[in-house]
Design a protein. Structure first.
Length: 229
C-alpha cells in the first residue's frame, strides 16, 4: 500500500521540494549580492571623489613639496638661523673703507722709519744727530695723523654697518686691537717722549710701549686681511 501511495517522479523533472529550494535561493542571492556590493560601491565613489579633488602632480610641484617637507618638517625649527636682514651701504662707506685700508698699509713703512730712528735715539740719546731727531718726530707725527684718520673712517663705518652681522666678531677684534695700539702710541708720545730725552729708563719705557703698540696695530691689520673659514 505504501509503495502505491508514493508519487511517481517523471524523468527530467525535479521534486517539488527541490523546486522550492531553488526558488528561495534565486530570491536570496540577488539580495545578498546587492548587500555585499553596496560597501564596494561606496568605496569606489569615495575614491573617485578624492581623485577628482586632487591636484595634478607635476615635477615642479613635486620639487616644491619635497623642499617644503625638508624645510618645514625634517629640520628642527630651533636650529634654523635667522635670515640676515639686507643692509644697504652708502657710497661714502666704500670711500671711507678704501682710505682706511690704504692708510693701514702705509703705516708699515712709517713704523720701519720710526723704529730705525728711535733705535738711534735710544743708543745716542742727547748726542743723536738733528736729522735722526727730526725724522723720528716727522714719522711719529705721520703715524699720529694716520691713526686719527683711520679712527674717524673706521668709527663712522662701524656705526653705519652696526646692523650688519657679517664678520661682526672679526671687525670688533680689529677695532679693539686698533684702539689699544692708539692708546699706546698716545701715551708714548704725549707722556714719555719728553721724559725720554734725559732719562734712560724713560727711553726704555718709551721704546717698549711703542714696540707693543706697533705689534697690536699690525695684528689689527692681519685680522682683516688673513683668509679665514
Amino acid at each position: 500500500m505504501r509503495s502505491s501511495l508514493k508519487k511517481k517522479v517523471l524523468p527530467g523533472k525535479s521534486p517539488p521540494g527541490h523546486r522550492l529550494l531553488g526558488i528561495s535561493l534565486m530570491i536570496l542571492l540577488p539580495a545578498t549580492h546587492a548587500s555585499a556590493q553596496a560597501p564596494l560601491d561606496s568605496v569606489r565613489q569615495t575614491m573617485a571623489a578624492e581623485i577628482d579633488t586632487t591636484k595634478v602632480v607635476t615635477p615642479d610641484s613635486t620639487k616644491r613639496v619635497t623642499e617644503s617637507i625638508n624645510f618645514d618638517r625634517l629640520v628642527d625649527q630651533d636650529t634654523l638661523q635667522r635670515r640676515r636682514a639686507a643692509v644697504t651701504y652708502s657710497d661714502a662707506y666704500g670711500t671711507r673703507a678704501m682710505i682706511h685700508r690704504r692708510l693701514s698699509y702705509a703705516m708699515v713703512p712709517l713704523f720701519a722709519i720710526s723704529y730705525f730712528t728711535g733705535d738711534k735715539l735710544f743708543k745716542d740719546g742727547p748726542n743723536a744727530s738733528s736729522f735722526i731727531i727730526n725724522t723720528h718726530r716727522a714719522s711719529a707725527t705721520a703715524v699720529s695723523v694716520l691713526f686719527g684718520v683711520n679712527a674717524v673712517t673706521g668709527g663712522i663705518n662701524m656705526w653705519e654697518g652696526r646692523h650688519d652681522s657679517t664678520e661682526r666678531k672679526r671687525k670688533l677684534l680689529h677695532s679693539a686691537l686698533f684702539l689699544a695700539s692708539t692708546a699706546g702710541f698716545t701715551y708714548a708720545g704725549a707722556v714719555l717722549a719728553d721724559q725720554a730725552e734725559n732719562s734712560l729708563a724713560k727711553r726704555k719705557e718709551h721704546r717698549t710701549v711703542n714696540l707693543i703698540s706697533m705689534g697690536l696695530s699690525i695684528s689689527s691689520v692681519l685680522v682683516m686681511i688673513v683668509p679665514h673659514d
